[in-house]
Design a protein around this ligand. Structure first.
Ligand code: ATP
Ligand code: MG
Length: 435
């Protein structure tokens, strides 16, 4: 995109309403604008980040065999009456009526709807196991929307649902999903720690929250430093072998991790590398057995001919919350430092002298080579303004084109994450970024 013709409204001043750094930077870098309390419009650069995160989430869900689909945002109240949650959910649920006075709601989550869809078509154990997911907007009328997109009322969530014949099968689905989460967060450039969470009436250890470490996080966490060095990429944890899954799960749940409420100092006495920090919840997975299949009458024929209720689990990732959480993890005083995997643009091209024939030509050449993945700062502004805006927006690379270098065929390449700068020939610079 050409910055002179883009809606990326950067702000010099710090917006007064923003209490935490990610919210301030999202407004200042022109990523979002609030349209009502806890409801945001995603402007072009912000929308690109959101889509990049969603793409990585999607690829890692697909990799474990989960099926991508899309359920509507508006749901009939009737469904939620069959599970008993219509009354139980309380004021966080946004309730609506259509012109025929039928009760509807804006979905805060989709257990009821997926169970209903599944029960209409799946009748036999032969069709199990299955996992389904969608990435869709949710609405929860939070008492205190705050911290920008981190606790919004409308937010984008990936929610997946697993259906297995029995408990043993559900455990395999659960572990597979945990592996997918660890891979997803690693690709997003962050360490997320799985914390055992309240699992409700069913018990067991099959509920985990995934916490990204950041000083402004809402919860205090304790964890074993062993988590910091783990690598989930590559074939170490094959997702076809149950033995590997077992090994993975044991490794993930053996080292200590706890939130403040669950922290028992005595239990940590022997842990040599205890770390303490603050964290942001970016995902939550849990097994809930037949909680929905039972009351909603989802039954399949078992191998012995009896009708049984499938065991289910649900698995959420806060896709829009992650945008804020990643900024909390990656920023400095000057602005955002996007990880390469999610940045709205691979690079910014800074033309320091718009109108100078050599500068314009080199910039246009570079811009064409990026095929839409670069932001070209072609504004007739001072160099200082361009440097500040590029640092604020957080592009992983800055390609600075000035009259002196242009005459000599060189550009200055800056790596935002480290601040490292290099004077390079044009081709060498492009090779470093585009590989
Ligand atoms: P929280 O305790 O933060 O309210 P939750 O337990 O209500 O979260 P889940 O129902 O497990 O959240 O939803 C799955 C994920 O969706 C969460 O891990 C979080 O990342 C995200 N999420 C939940 N509520 C919001 C919100 N109001 N704004 C943005 N993201 C949210
Ligand atoms: Mg909540």
């Amino acid at each position: 995109m050409r910055l002179s013709r883009s809606l990326i409204p950067t702000l010099k001043e710090t917006p007064a309403e923003a209490q935490i750094v990610s919210h301030r930077l999202m407004l200042r870098a022109g990523l979002v604008r609030q349209t009502a309390s806890g409801i945001y419009a995603w402007l072009p650069a912000g929308w690109r980040v959101l889509q990049n995160i969603a793409r990585i989430v999607r690829e890692e869900q697909d990799a474990i065999g989960a099926q991508d689909m899309l359920m509507p945002t508006i749901q009939p109240a009737e469904l939620w009456r069959t599970s008993g949650r219509y009354d139980a959910y309380g004021p966080e649920m946004l309730r609506l009526k259509d012109r025929h006075e039928r009760d509807l709601l804006y979905g805060p989550t989709n257990e009821e709807m997926i169970t209903d869809i599944f029960r209409q078509s799946v009748k036999s154990y032969r069709e199990l196991p299955q996992m389904l997911y969608h990435i869709q907007w949710k609405f929860r009328d939070e008492v205190r929307p705050r911290f920008g997109v981190m606790r919004g009322r409308e937010f984008l969530m990936k929610d997946a649902y697993s259906f297995d014949l029995d408990y043993a099968g559900a455990v395999v689905s659960y572990r597979r999903m945990m592996l997918s989460y660890m891979r997803t967060f690693q690709r997003l450039g962050v360490k997320a720690i799985p914390m055992e969470a309240e699992s409700g009436p069913i018990g067991g250890n099959l509920s985990h929250e995934f916490i990204i470490l950041a000083p402004t996080g809402e919860s205090q966490v304790f964890y074993d430093a062993a988590f910091e060095g783990m690598d989930f990429s590559g074939g170490n944890f094959s997702h076809t072998s149950e033995t590997d899954l077992d090994r993975f799960f044991t490794q993930m749940t053996t080292p200590y991790a706890a939130t403040d409420e669950k922290h028992d100092p005595a239990a940590w006495a022997g842990v040599a590398n205890k770390r303490e920090g603050r964290g942001i919840e970016v995902g939550h997975i849990f097994y809930f057995g037949t909680k929905y299949s039972d009351p909603m009458g989802l039954k399949v024929a078992a191998p012995d001919g009896t009708q049984v209720s499938p065991h289910m689990g649900s698995y959420g990732i806060g896709v829009s919350r992650l945008v804020g959480a990643l900024i909390e993890a990656f920023h400095d005083d000057a602005g955002i430092k996007w990880p390469d995997s999610v940045a709205p643009f691979k690079a910014a091209i800074l033309n320091l002298k718009v109108g100078d024939a050599a500068c314009d030509r080199i910039c246009e050449d570079i811009y064409a080579k990026f095929a839409g993945h670069a932001l070209y700062d072609d504004r007739e502004d001072r160099a200082g303004v361009k440097f500040n805006d590029a640092d604020l927006m957080g592009h992983p690379w800055q390609i600075v084109v000035g009259p002196r270098g242009a005459a000599a065929g060189t550009v200055e390449l800056k790596r935002r994450a480290t601040g490292e700068k290099q004077e390079l020939g044009l081709d060498a610079a492009l090779a470093r970024i585009l590989g």
